[in-house]
Design a protein around this ligand. Sequence first.
Ligand code: NDP
Ligand code: 8X3
Length: 249
Amino acid sequence: MSRIAWITGATSGFGRATAQRFVEGGWKVIASGRRSERLEALRTELGAANVHACAFDIRDESAMSAAIATLPEDFRAIDLLVNNAGLAQGTAPAQSASLDDWRTMIDTNITALVTLTRALLPTLIERRGAIVNVSSTAARYPYTGGNVYAGSKAFVSQFSLNLRADLHGTGVRVTTLEPGMAHTEFTLVRTHGDQAASDKLYADMQPITDEDIAQTIWWIANLPPHLNVNRLEMMPTSQSFAGFQIHRS
Ligand code: NDP
Ligand code: 8X3
C-alpha cells in the first residue's frame, strides 16, 4: 500500500518539487496551498489517484479543520507531514518594516505550522510517521532585514527539536531542514512581485534548486526507521559567511 505525505505549499518551489518526487517514488500526496488551479494542474500531471488537492489559506484555522475532516478515506493514514508552506515579506530593517508583513509571516510560518502539526500528531503517532519542517539558514545566521522572517524560522528549528523530545518513544521522527539560498518564487513573494530584484539575486551564481530540496526530503523520509536526522543545514557552494558589521563614529 502507498504511503501518504501531506505537503504544504505544494503550488510552487520546494513543495511542488517534493510532491512530484514522492509520487514518482510511489507515495500518495495531499497537496495544499491557496492557488487551486496550480493544485489541480499538479493533480492532472501526477494522476488523480495519487494526489488529493486541498486548496485553502493555511492561516485559516476553520478551513484547515474542514480540509482535515473531508480528507478522502484513502488519504487519511498520513505517514509524513512536510511543513513547507511559508514566506518572507520585505527586507526592510525592523525600525521601518511593515507590521502587516510581520504578522503575515508569524501567522503563516509559525501559527499555521503548529496548528496543522498539532492536528495531525495523533495520526502520525498511530502511523509511527515523520515530520519534516522547512526552516532556513536564516534561523541561525542573522542578516540585516531578516528580523521577523529569521525569527520565525528560528522558532521552526527550535520547535522541531522540542517536538523530538516530546515524541520520544513514539517512533515519530522529526527533522528541521535549514536551506540557504534557493531559486523559487520566494524572492518574488518577498519583494511583493519585483521580478527584476529576484532575477538579480540569483544572477551569476548557482542557487539550490527545488529538485535538490525534494531529493533531500525524499532521502530523510526514506531512511530506515531507526535513524532520525535532527537538523540538516545546506547551502549552495557559492554562498558562505561574511564577518560582523562594525559601526564607526
Ligand atoms: P515559494 O514561494 O515558491 O513557495 C511557497 C509556498 O508556500 C507556495 O506553495 C505557497 O502557496 C505556500 N504558501 C504561502 N503562504 C501560504 C498560505 N497563507 N496558505 C497556504 N499556502 C501558503 O517558496 P519556496 O518554495 O522557496 O518556500 C518554501 C519554504 O522554504 C518556505 O517555508 C520558505 O521560507 C522556505 N525556504 C526557502 C528558501 C529559499 O531561498 N527559497 C531557503 C530556505 C527556506 P500559495 O501561494 O498557492 O498559497
Ligand atoms: C531563505 C533564505 O537567506 O533569504 O530562507 O533568508 S534567506
